[in-house]
Design a protein around this ligand. Structure first.
Ligand SMILES: Cc1cc2nc3c(=O)[nH]c(=O)nc-3n(C[C@H](O)[C@H](O)[C@H](O)COP(=O)(O)OP(=O)(O)OC[C@H]3O[C@@H](n4cnc5c(N)ncnc54)[C@H](O)[C@@H]3O)c2cc1C
Length: 318
């Protein structure tokens, strides 16, 4: 039986993480998808790789609240016998997945970084013990519900356009009791750290929040996004949304530039899949040099502005 993938959208775009999960599901077998929101019919064409996309389009689904989405998914699973439901981890997806697991009395595995079919059984892989080991996990019954760690799978580059069908929106009374009073959008110029091809990250080596300007300038010159370590997020130097690592986001850009970052295991797990890792650190023995592709041993306050200048000169043709 096919898999159902929950596709989260922000504005007019389906989230890259959920499209990555859809691509993975389609590589394992038949995969359908569901989009739930208000005025979302036009998004279905973006769901390349899905056999069918269910569109639950209703004003009651305008706010990103979990319970109405649980209603939609529970009905689809019940009527079409999906044996697996997959989500790309996010705050909303985690709530919907947990609500669906409770509603269907189903097993939920979370933080998966891989999925395989083995002898007819679905096997998930998830990091454990502070990401120092990987363990394999399964499900005792159906449907099998899973949350995949953000940034794990890239969306497929191409794929046929899916068939699109309307999904019924019949909400339980208790699902409509919560309302969204206010929603704030973080101002962001440029790509998000999960979508960016280039990520420039700052750590405690910056010395203070004002020095994040160095990182921001380099990111701007490279057309990339800014990330941070937990140490600086905890110190209030940069917002949590930029944190990369075990308790932050997972990124897999083409280029990751780490400025003043020691390379703790909890940071490494969030960025180790970057194609090229460049580290700038004044301590030649910093652990980050053990897994960086290119390293500069030096004071970032001198190296980073020079690098920014060089990138600008290159781009300007100089
Ligand atoms: C359960 C748990 C979860 C965690 N989750 C995360 C997570 O999600 N993400 C995360 O990042 N961390 C996480 N951590 C914290 C992690 O263990 C490290 O403490 C943190 O990553 C260190 O951040 P840092 O590299 O900025 O700081 P530090 O470890 O203090 O490193 C600063 C580096 O800057 C260098 N430096 C100093 N001055 C300069 C200079 N002028 N020029 C160049 N280099 C300089 C130093 O040599 C040093 O290597 C977690 C920890 C725990 C226990």
């Amino acid at each position: 039986m096919p898999t159902l993938v929950f596709l989260e959208h922000h504005g007019d775009e389906l989230q890259k993480g959920s499209l990555g999960v859809l691509g993975k599901a389609a590589s394992l077998g038949d995969a359908d998808a569901v989009i739930a929101g208000s005025g979302v019919g036009g998004l279905a064409a973006q769901a390349r790789g899905a056999a069918k996309v269910w569109v639950a389009d209703d004003p009651a689904l305008e706010a990103p609240l979990p319970q109405p989405r649980v209603d939609v998914l529970a009905k689809l699973v019940g009527e079409h016998a999906y044996d697996t439901v997959l989500f790309a981890a996010s705050v909303l997806a985690a709530d919907v997945a947990a609500g669906l697991a409770a509603r269907l009395d189903a097993g939920l595995n979370w933080d998966l970084v891989d999925l395989q079919q083995r002898d007819g059984a679905l096997v998930g892989t998830r990091p454990a013990l502070g990401d120092s080991v990987y363990v394999e996990v399964g499900w005792r019954g159906e449907p099998r519900i899973a949350l995949v760690r953000s940034g794990t799978f890239d969306p497929p580059a191409d794929g046929a356009e899916p068939q699109v069908a309307d999904a019924a929106v019949e909400l339980e009374d208790f699902s409509t009791r919560s309302t969204m009073l206010e929603q704030a959008h973080e101002e962001q110029s440029g790509p998000s750290i999960e979508d960016a091809d280039v990520v420039v990250a700052g750590g405690r080596g910056l010395g203070g929040p004002e020095n994040f300007a160095l990182v921001e300038e380099l990111a701007k010159a490279l057309g990339g996004a800014v990330a941070a370590t937990r140490a600086v997020v905890d110190a209030g130097w940069y917002p949590y949304s930029a944190q990369v690592g075990q308790t932050g986001r997972t990124v897999s850009p083409k280029l990751y530039v780490a400025c003043g970052i020691s390379g703790a295991i909890q940071h490494k797990v969030g960025m180790q899949n970057a194609n090229v890792i460049v580290a700038i650190n004044k301590d030649a023995n910093a652990p980050i040099f053990e897994f960086a592709d290119l390293g500069v041993v030096g004071d970032l306050h001198q190296v980073v502005p020079k690098l920014t200048e060089l990138v600008r000169a290159r781009k300007g043709g100089g």
